[in-house]
Ligand binder design. Structure first.
Ligand SMILES: Nc1nc2c([nH]c(=O)n2[C@H]2C[C@H](O)[C@@H](COP(=O)(O)OP(=O)(O)OP(=O)(O)O)O2)c(=O)[nH]1
Ligand SMILES: [Mg+2]
Length: 132
């Protein structure tokens, strides 16, 4: 089974809301709402991967010291096994914009269930709700 390492982040704003991004048309799992992030390249740390993805996908900058390990997802999809560390981040520079055409939404923790997410993300919702 192919193992895919993806780094993801719960960006949390001053009102305690979490940023979700909608996967664009044409990508796998299009239309589902996810935590920003992406695949960790070989020789890249998860933190470095996230900082790169946040710039590419949202146009914001953050720092490794502002990425706090929160939880992780370990989920078997049909064609690969996803291992996804989830970080929490409250401090960044710039305003998140969907630079790849993806819709963004700041969501209150209690409303997270209203947004269809990839199967791997479902167990992360209560973790985030308890923590926030
Ligand atoms: N970013 C992110 N990916 C997730 C989440 N949940 C989940 O199952 N995934 C899966 C979807 C994809 O199979 C994989 C992430 O791949 P991706 O296509 O977004 O990777 P990427 O940003 O590096 O984009 P690309 O360059 O490969 O197109 O992880 C999540 O909450 N956030
Ligand atoms: Mg991505």
């Amino acid at each position: 089974m192919r193992m895919v390492l993806v780094a993801a982040v719960a960006l949390i704003d001053m009102d305690g809301r979490v940023l979700l991004a909608q996967r664009p048309e044409g990508k796998a799992m299009a239309g589902l709402w996810e935590f920003p992030g992406g695949k960790v390249e070989p020789h890249e740390t998860p933190e470095a991967a996230l900082m790169r993805e946040l710039q590419e996908e949202l146009g914001i900058d953050t720092w490794a010291s502002c990425l706090a390990p929160l939880s992780f997802a370990s989920h078997g999809y049909d064609d690969f096994h996803l291992l996804m560390p989830l970080f929490a981040c409250r401090k960044w520079q710039g305003t998140p914009r969907g630079r790849e055409g993806q819709a963004l939404k700041w969501v209150r923790p209690r409303d997270l269930r209203d947004y269809p997410m990839p199967a791997a993300d479902i167990p992360l919702i209560p973790v985030l709700q308890d923590w926030l």
